[in-house]
Design a protein around this ligand. Structure first.
Ligand code: NDP
Length: 285
């Protein structure tokens, strides 16, 4: 007889389409480096099958799972409780299962925050956020909860920016302001952190959010949520203007690390996870 256990800890992701999502490679590299016998299973779950997938995860005693597009809001109806920021954001991308009880978290904004903290503490800072989708909403809430002083949200459809500003005013101490996005938007002076939280640049190294690139230097730090390619044109233009930059790869790695701490209770190594993704994305050193 051997003492060895042949039962792995089960985790994974529910989304559709899922085939292009490299999170599984990043997470399993992290688990392997940490010496944890855990699997991360990338599952294609259609909206009509979400309830059955969650019931299956519970029945098989998974430790937890990530939710990505299109389940981040719909999953909430199946959970027992929500962490504070997930409650405010109104979306969940990470679920822990403990003794059959499901708790929803949102690690997107927390992943961004962990990345940003390597360059600056958001407390007291003035933020300019481009975009008002799910990523922008999560980032805005986490920055506000972390003590940011003022956040301007600029979006093509201003109503979505206004909804985030109202959310921040209701739940946090942060001053929030919404505006539309005219072509060639100029970034005002005195910004501490400028963030592209739109999908512009995903899979397209030449795509650029329609801003006046000469005004990027008005921000001390310029960040992008786009993980692939990590060095977006937005960040390249910001570097030319002398800004410090932060890419979306770091955000992706950090949300995975925070998720693993919640779900399997282990601290994973960011370097091996970042290298795994960089290799997949074909990033040169
Ligand atoms: P959503 O679809 O919810 O939001 C997209 C946002 O981009 C909206 O504000 C939309 O504006 C804006 N947008 C899209 N095209 C244009 C355009 N041509 N001009 C101006 N604005 C535009 O997506 P998410 O918020 O969920 O995701 C956004 C990006 O963040 C994705 O690329 C995703 O890969 C990335 N992401 C990265 C993560 C990481 O860990 N690095 C984690 C989560 C997301 P409008 O409302 O007017 O349509």
């Amino acid at each position: 007889m051997t003492d060895r256990s042949f039962r792995s800890i089960l985790t994974g992701s529910f989304s559709t389409p899922c085939a292009k999502n490299p999170t599984v490679a990043m997470m399993e590299a992290g688990y392997a480096k940490a010496g944890i016998d855990a699997r991360y299973i990338n599952c294609d779950v259609k909206p009509d099958n979400l309830a059955a997938a969650i019931a299956g995860a519970k029945a098989m005693e998974w430790a937890g799972f990530n939710c990505s597009i299109p389940h981040k809001i719909a999953v909430i109806d199946h959970l027992d409780e929500l962490a504070e920021s997930a409650k405010i954001i109104g979306a969940v991308n990470c679920v822990q299962i403990r003794d059959g009880k499901l708790t929803g978290n949102n690690t997107d904004g927390k992943g961004f925050l962990a990345s940003l903290r390597k360059l600056a503490d958001p407390k007291g800072k003035t933020i300019f956020l481009l975009g008002a989708g799910g990523a922008a909403r999560a980032i805005a809430v986490e920055l506000a909860l972390a003590g940011a002083r003022h956040i301007t949200i600029a979006n093509r459809s201003i109503e979505k920016a206004q909804a985030i500003a109202e959310l921040l005013a209701k739940h946090t101490e942060c001053q929030a302001e919404a505006q539309g996005w005219p072509e060639g938007l100029s970034i005002p002076e005195g910004i501490d952190v400028l963030i592209n939280a739109t999908s512009i640049g995903l899979g397209d190294a030449d795509a650029l959010p329609p801003v006046d690139t000469g005004s990027l230097g008005h921000a001390a730090i310029v960040a992008d949520v786009i993980p692939n390619p990590p060095m977006t044109r937005f960040l390249r233009e910001a570097r030319k203007q002398g800004c410090r930059t932060l890419d979306g790869l770091g955000m992706l790695v950090n949300q995975g690390i925070i998720g693993a701490e919640l779900v399997v209770g282990a601290k994973l190594d960011p370097e091996v996870m970042e290298k795994t993704l960089a290799d997949i994305f074909g990033v040169q050193d």
